[in-house]
Ligand binder design. Structure first.
Ligand code: CAO
Length: 425
């Protein structure tokens, strides 16, 4: 079976999380991803949050599967020449340096196009053009500036960042879509183009429903927010709403049996309108089916706290998995709060390739999250991340077609790092 991006060559000039997320996805779809790293140190995440001495960190290994690594000092004249040769033969160049860094390196968009008019240059930056365009940005900055933090958390508490890396991984995901779209357009025009994803924009895209609520607020209170039922007035901006779910189907996180000692003994329960009668029966309040205070979605909105307190009395009598089984049997949408430990033990996720165990020459076995996007006509095998510079010679010789003498000259110039040899070799 072939792969969707067979034949696409990606010059991966990314680091940390946002860019590497994007290029890892492209690699899983079959692109040949060549990761360019600074000699000696490489992607800074190789050494961050290290759990095994002298081995690449999980931070790095879990974001750089299926790639090849070449070390190259692009500020060294020989290194710059090698990068130019790579630009000439790659279909896509992906980077997420601080604003202006690529230009300072001598690789302006004009220069890149001169070298290869078909290339797609894809960039992650913190912000698009505007007052903050020159700023460096990390995940939580994007969560704060994209609207997520102001709308996450409890009304009377601090703004909160979410654990889901919507700024980094979320932007990488957006960028990957931009790249394949540009590749498709290139088949029609023959030209490359620039793809830019700003982290603020990606987070805002994920927070679209809160911008919806901001506009609804001009026309009256947000009746599905628990604050409405509590009689608390709304201000002029979307408030934090705890675990209330938006839309017409109110939901909450509710305690389950064992919550006193297990921090994850909770279930998300949605009072979906079409199954309201079943909810009333299962919690032992059959009269709520016809009581005008509870019978319709609109009537229920001012009573959400009371309703969820009653439902919680029922969920607290069951473990989250028992509750899940009973509620699923009744077609009531719900889901247990799963800990990372529980997820890591879920065999069904290994069966689909969403979780994968890999072996690594210096750190041994590790768990990674595989490709969450399943294509029926693609055979995706997740491979371990490369060691720093593991493929430097291979890329110089096989991809660029350089002779042994030329490679030696480049090495002597200091443009590439030390050659990495695996213990087994
Ligand atoms: N050879 C020589 N120089 C190299 C090199 C190589 N192979 N690779 C990188 N460099 C240089 C860059 O050219 C840059 O040099 P100058 O500052 O002289 O131009 C320097 O390394 C540092 O790059 P940087 O500014 O991108 O790195 P940083 O650690 O200071 O900042 C970050 C990191 C993430 C804040 C910044 O890159 C950024 O804002 N990126 C865009 C937004 C983004 O992706 N954020 C997500 C981060 S988490 O996923």
């Amino acid at each position: 079976m072939g792969k969707a991006l067979d034949g696409v060559r990606v010059l991966d000039f990314t680091h940390v999380q946002s860019g590497p997320t994007c290029t890892q996805l492209l690699a899983w779809f079959g692109a040949d991803v060549i990761k360019v790293e600074r000699p000696g140190e490489g992607d800074v995440t190789r050494g961050q949050l290290r759990d095994v001495p002298n081995a690449d960190s999980l931070y790095f290994t879990m974001l750089n599967s299926n790639k090849r690594s070449i070390t190259l000092d692009t500020k060294n004249p020989e290194g710059k020449k090698v990068l130019e040769e790579l630009v000439k033969i790659c279909d896509v160049m992906v980077e997420n340096f601080a604003p202006g860094a690529l230009d300072r390196m001598g690789f302006t968009w004009e220069r890149i196009q001169e070298l290869n008019p078909r290339i797609i240059l894809a960039s992650v930056k913190g912000f698009g053009p505007g007052p903050f365009e020159d700023c460096k940005v990390y995940e939580n900055v994007a969560q704060c500036t994209g609207g997520s933090a102001s709308t996450t958390g409890f009304r009377d508490g601090l703004p909160l960042v979410t654990a889901a890396q919507i700024g980094d991984s979320g932007t990488g995901l957006h960028l990957a879509l931009g790249i394949v779209t540009a590749l498709y357009q290139r088949t029609l025009t023959g030209r490359g183009q620039k793809v830019l994803c700003a982290m603020q924009d990606a987070v805002l895209n994920f927070c679209r429903v809160k911008m919806r609520d901001q506009q609804r607020l001009d026309r009256g209170p947000l009746r599905e927010y628990s604050q409405f039922g509590e009689g608390l007035p709304f201000g002029d901006t979307v408030p934090r709403a705890g675990n209330d779910s938006g839309g017409g189907q109110p939901g909450r996180i509710l305690k389950c049996k064992g919550w006193e000692t297990d921090p994850n003994a909770y279930i998300y329960f949605i009072t979906q309108a079409p199954v309201w009668a079943k909810i009333c029966d299962v919690i032992g309040e059959p009269e709520w089916k016809t009581d005008p205070n509870y019978a319709t979605p609109a009537a229920r909105l001012p009573h959400l706290n009371e309703i969820f307190t009653r439902i919680e009395a029922w969920t607290m009598a069951h473990t989250k998995f028992e509750a899940m089984e009973i509620l699923n049997g009744l077609d009531i949408p719900c889901g247990p709060v799963l800990s990372m430990k529980e997820i890591a033990a879920d065999e069904s996720l290994y069966a689909t390739g969403t979780l994968v165990e890999l072996d690594h020459p210096t750190r041994g076995k590790y768990l990674t999250v595989g490709n969450p996007i399943k294509l029926s006509d693609n055979d995706v095998e997740v491979e371990r991340s490369p060691l720093l510079g593991e493929h430097t010679e291979e890329i110089l010789a096989e991809v660029l077609g350089l002779s042994g003498d030329e490679i030696e000259r480049i090495k002597t110039s200091g443009a590439v790092g030390e050659t990495v040899r695996l213990a087994a070799e």
